[in-house]
Design a protein around this ligand. Sequence first.
Ligand code: NAD
Ligand code: MG
Length: 342
Amino acid sequence: MTDDTTRRDVMKAAAATGALAAAAPAFAQGAMPPVDPQTKYTSTPFPEQKQKWPALQREMKPVPDCGEASYRGSGRLTGRKALVTGGDSGIGRAAVIAFAREGADVAINYFPTEEPDAQDVARLLRGEGRKVVLIPGDLTDAAFCRDLIARANRELGGLDILVNNAAYQQSKESIAEITDEQFDRTMKTNLYAMFRLTKAALPLMKPGAAIINTASVNSVNPGEELLDYATTKAGIAIFTKALAKQVAKQGIRVNAVAPGPIWTPLQVAGGQLPGKMAEFGQDTPLGRAGQPAELAGLYVSLADPGNSFTSGSIFGANGGTASKLAPSRIFKQILNAPQPLG
Ligand code: NAD
Ligand code: MG
């Protein structure tokens, strides 16, 4: 499908569903002009806010930008079948929007209480003529993980791209405040689910398939208030590199994106310590937090078959945070990243 065809189809579908007002700026633009990354998005401190876990993106102030009105595809993933966990909101939603506009059919997993966010993204993309399959369920449940892969594969008619993106993050000042329940849930969501989903998906994947994990700046530079979460993010980085070696002989690539700090529901559902919202992202060299839309291109690139020699790597998106840190030997060993992360 050509770019023009995609754009025409999208405009037609958007007009039919009344979504044209939201979609029009995205598809009217030509090549993206140079933009100052310091001022591309707000650097105004975020208002203090707290939602019950897992938080809804549509109730955040301001609502994060996942590329709804800006991401423009060019057929890079035409006909591919992708499953994105945590695809209802935040970084996962940005990947879902980008994948769909690049021509992929997408299945989205999310926690059942996030149905309103999932419906928002499904409505948007279905209005553009894309196939979106919604599969709610709890990833801490081993049987559900296996079922999720089977359903995504069945309903999409195959599985080429798996994005392990869902995560649980609760900030606690001291190890003394981390309960066994929190530690267990963080491990089960961030590590066990990635392991179970990947194990179930691999036998269904063909040469050319791609697995993309979401690591973090915490993979190498842990926040002291994120002891359990950072432990899982370091694990995700190593899992990515080891699995890439293992499945190379099946023709499957495995990479990770390492973001932070990005304005998403995770942060308002206990991800930050109380009273810290106004500081969020202020100390990056770019002087602001990132928005999920700014990561979409990395997920697309790692799924794109054109990047066929890229595997076992971790790509940062952190507003320059890494440049503030002295590179250490362990950092270089852990991360074979063209763009170092923090
Ligand atoms: P988010 O809240 O939008 O996404 C997290 C998603 O995880 C939720 O939407 C939810 O659907 C899913 N999830 C959590 N527990 C689940 C469960 N038991 N069952 C099913 N789904 C469950 O926030 P986000 O920041 O976009 O997070 C996406 C990824 O980005 C995570 O892996 C997170 O660790 C990573 N990350 C985020 C930042 C940041 O600053 N926001 C920084 C580094 C890494
Ligand atoms: Mg969500």
